[in-house]
Design a protein around this ligand. Structure first.
Ligand SMILES: [Fe+2]
Ligand SMILES: [Fe+2]
Length: 213
């Protein structure tokens, strides 16, 4: 009983630490920033603002990924699933840090609504997790596939001269595809309709708002 209470308290503290670090801290990447090798080209103001809008969306996406995975891990039944989710969250930290760095280079800032995005995604992750570990992993697959699709759109939409952002997104896209494949291998279930459609609608709303705010 005491052990269970302790592990619950541990998880709560882990969540609080991840939330604060993700939203208010400056998470550190373990891998070097893929954009660092690309020349910094001075963009026209309109282009710079557009690139910043897209990178803000990607940064919010990574805030949501942290929250989803930590939320799901908090209710995961199986230790292997929990480890899988927390390892994925760790890898997303690189993406989070790279997007934050690029936003700064573009003379911009992360979304003002990040605490809200984090809280909403955490709740969604925990709800998905409560349905069981197969669903939990199915949710990871669907999320990663949707992120991969929107990274594809951004790779096309970014200003041609913005090689730095493009290099970051290309590595992120490859990582997200691997995350989805790993979750599939770990026993993900395919989510039934209308869940994928609802998730896509929520992400469209997030993208519209985060481009500006
Ligand atoms: Fe990511
Ligand atoms: Fe991912």
């Amino acid at each position: 009983m005491a052990a269970r209470l302790l592990s619950r308290t541990d998880r709560l503290l882990d969540t609080a630490q991840n939330a604060l670090e993700t939203v208010f801290g400056s998470p550190r990447a373990e891998r070097p920033n893929p954009g660092a090798g690309e020349p910094e080209v001075v963009l026209e103001d309109v282009e710079r603002r557009h690139a910043a809008g897209l990178m803000r969306i990607n940064h919010v996406g990574e805030v949501c990924a942290q929250a989803l995975y930590v939320g799901q891990a908090a209710v995961a039944r199986d230790a292997a699933t929990r480890d899988h989710l927390l390892a994925a969250a760790q890898e997303e930290t690189d993406h989070l840090a790279w997007c934050a760095e690029r936003l700064q280079e573009l003379d911009s800032r992360p979304s003002l609504l990040n605490p809200l995005w984090y809280a909403g995604s955490y709740a969604i992750g925990a709800l998905a997790g409560l349905r069981g570990d197969g669903w939990n992993l199915g949710f990871v697959v669907e999320t990663e596939r949707q992120v991969e699709a929107h990274l594809d759109e951004h790779l096309v939409s970014l200003p041609a001269a913005d090689g730095r952002s493009r290099a970051i997104l290309a590595v992120m896209k490859a990582d997200e595809a691997r995350h989805a494949a790993n979750a599939e291998q770990a026993g993900a279930r395919i989510l039934p309709p209308p869940i994928p459609t609802v998730m896509a609608a929520a992400s469209r709303l997030m993208k519209t708002v985060a481009y500006r705010l």
